[in-house]
Design a protein around this ligand. Structure first.
Ligand SMILES: *[C@@H]1O[C@H](CO)[C@@H](O)[C@H](O)[C@H]1NC(C)=O
Ligand SMILES: *[C@@H]1O[C@H](CO)[C@@H](O)[C@H](O)[C@H]1NC(C)=O
Ligand SMILES: *[C@@H]1O[C@H](CO)[C@@H](O)[C@H](O)[C@H]1NC(C)=O
Length: 768
């Protein structure tokens, strides 16, 4: 008691009073420090960046190579922390964000990215990122956040065990690419002159998606990736993040790619800067310069790791390794002082684009944003809408759901997560504005509601409390059981080893199903797929909902779905594999199957085995019918120009089928673009918002071709008894081409199929 009282008192005393809100520190303060040319906003950014550089000595420069960059009082530079996090709302995982150092105690916690992705709604992704940016600026204005955010995580969710898969936009490169560009555009709010509201960072480049598996850890892992997989699977989200999103930051990952640690790989980082036109700064993941030497043993000394990172194109190190080892590298003649200059210019340019050197941020373009703009009704509604649109209905026997809200007299709610408002938020989470538990929200709908945890926690190691839970279920009309994963099962540095429900959760669900008067509703939490075959096949488990980590408004959205105020329409952004998939080595980066060694391939594009639920699966309370309204049946490729060197062409000819054409030999790809109109009719009795997914299937039997590939998606609202038509643009050279073993795009001649749900339309591609 006493301890609590003092603790509370201390909090009160430490907390700045609202009348004197914390102000951020900033450079270029009048009356003297605003006179430097780098503070003059009328000058071009390169001029200002060079001006700042010209004031710095070598020891000064070293201070800027760490995320925690020190102040330089001599010229009025204040300390700047580069590392802030904003994955699905502001999060204190990086030291740049703090909920205790100013007047803003919490911020909106949006659904974790994997659930937001299942909405398949580009506009929603953009709007959420825009809201996060407003909260970020507001917190910056009160000294509680930086301006440089290390999100989004756009690594592909390649293996279902990955602990950070929850942070990503799923397993499909095209979906991840679309998410990446929407998120970055929304977050950065870039103006015509390249000015940024805040800075976003595409991470972790490249091929990072393993925390720990057997003797492999993310720190020492060497991802062996074929050119083919790199080109059509691992690269697209990053390419889009940079080219479409115009991200101002890129983070290199801990792992090596084909033998070279990512942060020491000039060829990798050059691909971003030179091939894709990346403009911004490159940061290492935290201590990912140290790991070049200490875990990857790629070089012989700390200095060499620092030198390799700088020479590869890293501009800043999350951590202090560069700061500590560059000076001696220069003394040893391994690096020249001027080798640091381009790194510093990249860093200063981004800060300049953020207006960091334009004086008091409270008087700048975004100066009005403050506490009122954080946790606003608008943002909390957006969090709710994102959860509503993300929730996936996996099973619904005989339209068991929705439950009839005014008819049901009693409901049992069972499960360790049901009363816990905090463990359904996912990782990289801040302090929610208005946390509610699933229990809180369900009891709003039913008069008599009783609760039993069933298990003490998610690991559920004993069945001691099953009796109590079974009793609660037998006393109620209906029962909702909430099970699944939380961060004890999957998070940073923690991959799963099994795809089954943790501990005795499966037994809990089955015993409740058996004992209940009516069939039950099973709600699953977590980012990674779960093998729930037992529930899929049990008729007493009539409905299954997946809610991912639905954010602070998720419990409300779930209750609305269960009682029919919202018609679910989310779709799985990942394949739900059976438990047998855990025999696949997690370190095998190949996407393509290899029957000769029993390797089944990965993701819906290549995987040849059984699934529990497939990519794109998701039901509705209504019925939709799809039809192709218009799509070409034939495409004629214009005369080919054989302009590429003949040697290269021979190689291609030998490996491809005779009638495959390298895309760069196709003349006028632009003129081949066509539209596909798909109509969606709602023949059920409720309105619904529906995801239309257009897949492509290449002509049969081409080695290395995907089984199918998503080439378009759209979320549309279809009122009951109505038909809505949606249009997709298809660029055959891009969307209907296959990447060969050399990383070149090939257009196959023959019968291609376009597919929406169970209807398909053949498109024949011929050369004239
Ligand atoms: C950042 O550096 C300053 C000294 O420049 C130090 O006082 C502070 O503790 C550091 N912050 C972190 C998060 O390491
Ligand atoms: C289809 O091709 C266009 C450009 O040619 C590209 O922007 C788009 O991302 C592709 N769509 C998919 C789903 O891959
Ligand atoms: C559905 O639409 C048709 C034609 O517009 C109309 O005749 C019919 O009454 C509608 N049915 C319902 C259930 O609204």
């Amino acid at each position: 008691m006493i301890f609590h009282f003092f603790f509370f008192l201390t909090l009160l005393l430490l907390r700045p009073s609202p009348s004197a809100p914390a102000s951020p520190s900033y450079p270029c303060k009048p009356p003297n420090h605003n006179l430097y040319p780098f503070c003059d906003s009328s000058l071009p950014i390169p001029t200002r960046a060079s001006s700042l550089l010209s004031f710095l000595t070598l020891p000064d420069k070293l201070l800027f190579l760490s995320d925690n960059s020190s102040s330089l009082p001599r010229i009025g530079l204040t300390h700047y922390e580069w590392w802030s996090e904003s994955l699905h709302g502001l999060a204190p995982n990086g030291p740049g964000v703090s909920f205790s150092s100013g007047p803003i105690p919490s911020s909106t916690v949006f659904p974790q990215v994997i659930l937001a992705t299942s909405s398949f709604n580009r506009r929603l992704w953009y709007d959420v990122a825009t809201a996060i940016a407003a909260e970020a600026r507001a917190m910056h204005n009160y000294g509680q956040a930086g301006l440089t955010f290390w999100a989004p995580n756009v690594n592909l969710f390649r293996d279902p065990r990955w602990g950070r898969g929850q942070e990503t936009p799923g397993e499909d490169p095209a979906v991840a690419a679309a998410f990446a560009s929407e998120y970055v555009k929304g977050l950065q709010g870039m103006d015509e002159k390249g000015g940024l509201m805040v800075s976003a960072c595409c991470k972790h480049f490249a091929a990072y998606d393993l925390e720990k598996w057997g003797s492999f850890s993310r720190y020492n892992f060497n991802a062996v990736v074929t050119q083919q997989d790199m080109q059509d699977t691992y690269d697209p989200p990053f390419r889009s993040c940079i080219q479409q999103g115009k991200a101002s930051c890129l983070m290199c990952s801990y792992n090596a790619v084909n033998g070279v640690p990512a942060c020491a790989s000039k060829s990798l980082l050059d691909r971003a800067r030179k091939e894709w036109g990346f403009q911004g700064y490159i940061t290492s993941d935290c201590d990912a310069v140290a790991t070049i030497f200490e875990y990857q043993h790629y070089v012989k000394s700390a200095e060499d790791a620092a030198v390799d990172a700088i020479k590869a194109g890293v501009d800043i190190n999350c951590g202090t390794y560069l700061k500590r080892h560059i000076a001696s590298a220069i003394r040893l003649g391994k690096l020249k002082e001027k080798d640091l200059d381009s790194a510093l210019l990249n860093l200063f340019s981004v800060q300049l684009r953020l207006g960091y050197f334009d004086g008091n941020p409270r008087k700048g373009k975004y100066g009005k944003l403050g506490p009122r703009d954080v946790c606003s009704a608008e943002h909390r509604n957006l969090a709710l809408e994102s959860a509503r649109q993300g929730i996936v209905l996996l099973k619904n026997e005989n339209k068991f759901l929705p439950l009839k809200k005014n008819v049901i007299s009693s409901l049992a709610v069972v499960g360790p997560q049901a009363k816990d408002a905090s463990n359904i938020l996912g990782d990289y989470t801040g302090v929610p504005c208005n946390p509610k538990s699933i229990w809180d929200e369900l009891k709003e709908y039913v008069q008599t509601t009783n609760y039993a945890s069933g298990c003490d926690n998610v690991p559920c190691t004993t069945g001691d409390k099953f009796g109590e839970a079974v009793l609660a279920a037998t006393k109620a009309d209906f029962t909702v059981v909430i099970t699944g994963l939380d961060l004890t099962q999957e998070t940073e540095d923690l991959d799963r080893v099994s795809l089954l429900l943790p501990g005795k959760q499966m037994e809990l669900v089955s015993s409740i199903a058996t004992a209940s008067r009516n069939a039950i509703v099973l709600v699953l939490t977590g980012g990674g797929p779960i093998d729930v075959s037992f529930a899929k096949n049990n008729p007493k488990i009539a409905s299954i909902l997946w809610i991912g980590y639905p954010g602070e408004a998720g419990p409300r959205a779930l209750a609305e779905v269960i009682f029919g105020d919202v018609n679910p329409g989310g779709r799985l952004p990942i394949t739900w594999y059976p438990e047998s998939f855990t025999s696949v080595p997690m370190n095998d980066m190949n996407m393509r199957p290899d029957p000769s060694r029993g390797y089944p391939g990965r993701t819906y594009r290549f995987y040849t085995g059984d699934v529990v639920y497939g990519f794109g699966h998701g039901l509705s309370y209504t019925d939709f019918r799809h039809e192709f309204v218009s799509a070409p049946r034939n495409l004629n490729l214009p005369r080919l120009s054989r302009s590429i060197p003949i040697g290269k062409y021979r190689v291609l000819q030998q490996t491809a089928r005779p009638d495959d054409i390298p895309v760069r030999e196709v003349q006028g790809c632009d003129s081949l673009k066509f539209t596909v109109d798909v109509s969606v009719s709602n023949s059920g009795d409720v309105s619904g918002s529906h995801v239309v997914m257009l897949f492509w299937r290449p002509p049969g039997l081409i080695k290395g071709a995907p089984r199918k590939q998503l080439v378009g998606f759209d979320r549309i609202h279809v009122p009951r008894n109505r038909t809505v038509v949606t249009t997709f643009w298809i660029d055959p050279c891009d969307n209907l081409s296959i990447v060969d073993e050399y990383g070149d795009r090939i257009l196959a001649l023959g019968q291609h199929a376009l597919m929406v749900e169970n209807v398909e339309q053949l498109v024949s591609i011929e050369a004239s």
